[in-house]
Design a protein around this ligand. Structure first.
Ligand SMILES: *Cc1c(COP(=O)(O)O)cnc(C)c1O
Length: 379
């Protein structure tokens, strides 16, 4: 008999979500606006606690798209983007007709490499085109080198779009991820630390920028009694039903982050005695990760040839989901024609890495099954 599937990261309800949805039904706020949307934004602003403004949207991808628009990215512009990420970080560059320039990761946080970034900027400037924005990504919830990236951004006066889609609850020097960029982005997709079944948010430094984001997200309606438009609009607002799920999820966010961190601890202990396997972890106490996904790197020279793929297949045979790390964007068929700067750090991570089941809802029995497979693979 096959056992239940153990997922990489699945939704984990806290219990109060349906109360907020019931309220929405009772008041007939079944629309992409309403008290839950305002309440969820307020909850996020309180949580992020850095004088930021939050606009709830239909997805993290929508937030990246609007974020780039707010930063003034237009057709023909160049935008720097971390290559080691999910495609949603890069796709909106192309929605706008701009050109991505992909930049490698460094080996400590697997985030944007400051040296490769600087080289890409200098090269672009030399070619007569200063990039319009930098997209930096907190990979699997581990903060990137925030201070170093900010320094480069300030030196060249290029704004940062901080992709914190998977980093809600992570901090750098005590400050919440999502609040570091000129624009921040959050995602509440079904597989993230908290979910609204699907959703995202844009984080801004001023109320005016948030208002502008919401203006674009609601079809760019000018102030007139009829439908009047002077700018291109989008239908990107979050629904009041989804926001109700979000409000319930905010009540358990810290608890769920703690549970994800326990999963990470579980893997650290499990692999401690296994030669050739490193569990991806924060470099020092400045960094606090929500460990959205726990990831490992396998050095097959030290494991008698056992690779990430060996382990993935063994887990799959036991109905346990695992997945390679993001395939770098500059290696993707859709993006391979664009420039890339780096030293193949991201390639190496992709070739030797694996993401393991990381959900906050995994049980002792699940951990037991995972542990059995890993121990049997590594003897
Ligand atoms: C999930 C994710 C996104 C996209 O968010 P959606 O809400 O799924 O559109 C973007 N970037 C990263 C790094 C992500 O993990």
């Amino acid at each position: 008999m096959t056992q239940n599937k153990i997922w990489l990261s699945s939704p984990h309800m806290g219990g109060t979500e349906q109360n907020y949805i019931q309220e929405a039904f009772d008041a007939n706020w079944v629309a992409p606006l309403g008290p839950n949307v305002n309440g969820f934004e307020q909850d996020l602003e309180n949580y992020l606690d850095a004088n930021v403004h939050v606009g709830a949207l239909s997805s993290g991808t929508a937030a990246i798209h609007l974020g780039l628009i707010l930063l003034g990215v237009q057709a023909g512009d160049a935008v720097l983007c971390q290559t080691m990420t999910f495609s949603a970080s890069a796709n909106p560059i192309l929605y706008l007709g701009a050109t991505p320039i992909f930049v490698d990761s460094e080996t400590t946080t697997w985030g944007l490499c400051p040296q490769a970034l600087e080289q890409a900027i200098q090269d672009s400037i030399q070619k007569g085109k200063k990039p319009k924005a930098i997209i930096a990504v907190h990979l699997f919830g581990v903060p990137y080198q925030v201070a170093e990236i900010r320094k480069v951004a300030i030196t060249y006066d290029i704004p940062v779009l901080e992709d914190a889609a998977s980093a809600l609850g992570s901090t750098y020097k005590g400050q919440k991820c999502g609040t570091f960029g000129d624009i921040g982005v959050l995602s509440f997709n079904g597989n993230k630390v908290i979910t609204t079944s699907g959703g995202g948010a844009v984080v801004t430094k001023t109320a005016a920028l948030k208002d502008k984001a919401i203006f674009y997200a609601t079809q760019s309606r000018d102030n007139a009694p009829h439908y009047q438009h002077s700018e291109i609009g989008y239908n990107y607002r979050m629904s009041n039903i989804c926001a109700g799920i979000g409000r319930g999820q905010m009540e358990v966010l810290d608890e769920h982050v703690a549970l994800r961190r326990q999963m990470h601890d579980f893997y650290v202990k499990l692999f401690a005695s296994i030669e050739g396997v490193d569990v991806f972890s924060t470099p020092n106490d400045d960094y606090f990760a929500n460990y959205w996904l726990s990831a490992i790197i396998i050095d097959a020279k030290k494991t008698n040839g056992i690779t990430a793929e060996t382990l993935r297949l063994a887990l799959e045979a036991e109905n346990i989901e695992s997945r390679p790390l993001w395939k770098p964007m500059h290696l993707q068929p859709i993006f391979e024609k664009y420039p890339y700067y780096g030293k193949k750090v991201a390639e190496n991570l992709f070739e030797n890495g694996l993401c393991l089941p990381s959900g906050s809802n995994l049980t002792d029995k699940d951990r037991e099954r995972i542990s059995m497979v890993i121990k049997s693979v590594f003897g």
